[in-house]
Design a protein around this ligand. Structure first.
Ligand code: ASP
Length: 434
């Protein structure tokens, strides 16, 4: 298990990850300055640093499917009576829609007031657009609407959904299976529950092993980014990045702090202190899914949220409650509209809000998971979709930051839901002192 971020060795895990991160950035910038664009450095990035970083992430991703499946089935089954499940589900859903809507509204207000897209130098635009060739393949999806959208998450064949990486459909299947498990006679399904608990324990163990590589994996990921693009690229897009970060910070330390205080009855300072390892892990891996195991442990142990509520809310939230992603999508679409000189009417901006909320729900909790979902939003409101190439260069940094918000938002939701159920295990109304 990942025990509160403390692993074997002299330093706690989160410090070693942070150290890896700093080393990756420093050596990457140094390499870019000394040998940027040379065949030797390009070879080292393409054949050493990038593959190693990806291997680290894949070690975690390979167990995400069994993790989501076992955690959600056990989470739902563990809720016991279905009245409680319905209540918790409804609360989680309402929280998700409201908090996501609020985050997009914050982002859109900032981008309209600060207008980061107006006045980006031509040379930078060309360089970043050229680097889009190295970005992930983006295919505009046919976004289903109305009942079709519901139909899309009810899988006909759960195995096919799993193979296709359709996480919402897998979650729906797990939810239904968990309900069946809760309704079936306890003694009959006890062996199945034991198997799922075994699977869950094994998956957590595998992730624990993978996390031992985290400091090196993170160093490689950051080296790849900075050695390839250099520090200058990040500076060129500073205003766009600053707006996204400002929006994320307002939502993280304003909205969440308020929600934690008012609805969670908890000191925000204590809350952030107790989840800091989760925040650092989310930042370093850029993946809500990869952070899920640690988030589950920390939410249960450090915040006193009962396991079944944490399992249910966090597992659903790691895919469906992505406030940071939604804020990022909204800001990016408006930034690109400003960049290309496309004026968006109020109704077009409302479309952006709605589609960003849906994107927050539908994005997989993996690095860059939201990028493909920006394209249909851009196309819908008449902004050239190829503009997506402009932000690839800085996406990693923003991905790291929005993932922190995504994961903190899930934990906030878990605290709120647990408190509303009168189920927080320890009294957490503690004065704001160390
Ligand atoms: N990386 C984000 C997450 O895992 C998803 C995204 O916005 O790309 O939460």
């Amino acid at each position: 298990m990942i025990r509160g971020g403390r692993m074997s060795g002299r330093w706690p895990l989160h410090w070693r990850i942070l150290f890896g991160l700093v080393m990756g950035v420093a050596t990457g910038i140094a390499a870019n300055v000394a040998a940027g664009g040379t065949p030797g450095l390009t070879w080292a990035i393409d054949h050493v640093a990038e593959p190693f970083g990806r291997i680290f992430l894949r070690l975690i991703f390979m167990v995400v499917l069994p993790l989501v499946f076992s955690a959600l089935v056990l989470g739902v089954a563990g809720l016991g009576d279905l009245g409680r499940l319905g209540r918790i589900g409804a609360k989680t859903f309402a929280y998700t829609i409201l908090a996501t809507g609020l985050s997009v509204a914050i982002g859109l207000t900032l981008v309209n007031v600060l207008r980061p897209g107006a006045g980006l130098p031509e040379a930078t635009r060309a360089a970043l657009a050229a680097s889009a060739g190295r970005g992930p393949a983006v295919t505009p999806a046919d976004a289903p609407v109305g009942l079709q959208a519901v139909l899309a998450i009810v899988p006909e064949n759960p195995l096919r959904a799993a193979v296709n990486g359709d996480m919402l459909a897998v979650m729906f299947f797990s939810l239904i299976l968990g309900i069946g498990l809760a309704l079936a006679p306890r003694e009959t399904v006890a062996p199945l529950i034991a198997v799922l608990e075994g699977l869950y324990a094994v998956v957590m163990q595998v992730i624990d092993l993978a996390m031992r590589l985290a400091p090196y994996g993170v160093a490689c990921l950051l080296f790849t980014l900075t050695a390839r693009l250099g520090a200058g690229v990040l500076r060129q897009l500073a205003s766009y990045v600053a707006v996204v970060l400002l929006g994320l910070a307002i939502h993280q330390f304003g909205t969440y702090a308020l929600i934690v205080r008012v609805l969670g009855g908890m000191s925000p300072r204590l809350f952030f202190q107790r989840i800091r390892t989760v925040m650092i892990t989310a930042f370093s891996t850029s993946s809500s899914n990869a952070t899920l195991p640690l988030a589950l442990t920390v939410t249960e142990r450090n915040l006193g949220v009962p396991r079944e509520i944490a399992n249910f809310v966090l597992t659903l939230g790691s895919t469906a409650n992505q406030n940071g992603t939604a804020l990022f999508e909204g800001v990016t679409v408006l930034f690109l509209a400003q960049f290309y000189g496309v004026e968006l009417s109020l109704s077009s901006q409302l479309v952006v809000v709605l589609m960003s909320i849906l994107a927050g729900v539908g994005t997989a909790g993996v690095p860059g998971g939201s990028l493909p979902l920006i394209v249909p939003v851009l196309a819908t409101v008449g902004v050239p979709p190829e503009g997506i190439g402009i932000i690839f260069g800085v996406d990693r940094l923003l991905d790291m930051c929005r993932t922190v918000l995504n994961v903190s938002g899930d934990i906030t939701a878990a605290v709120v839901v647990a408190r509303s159920e009168d189920a927080l295990a320890v009294p957490l109304i503690v004065p704001d002192v160390e």
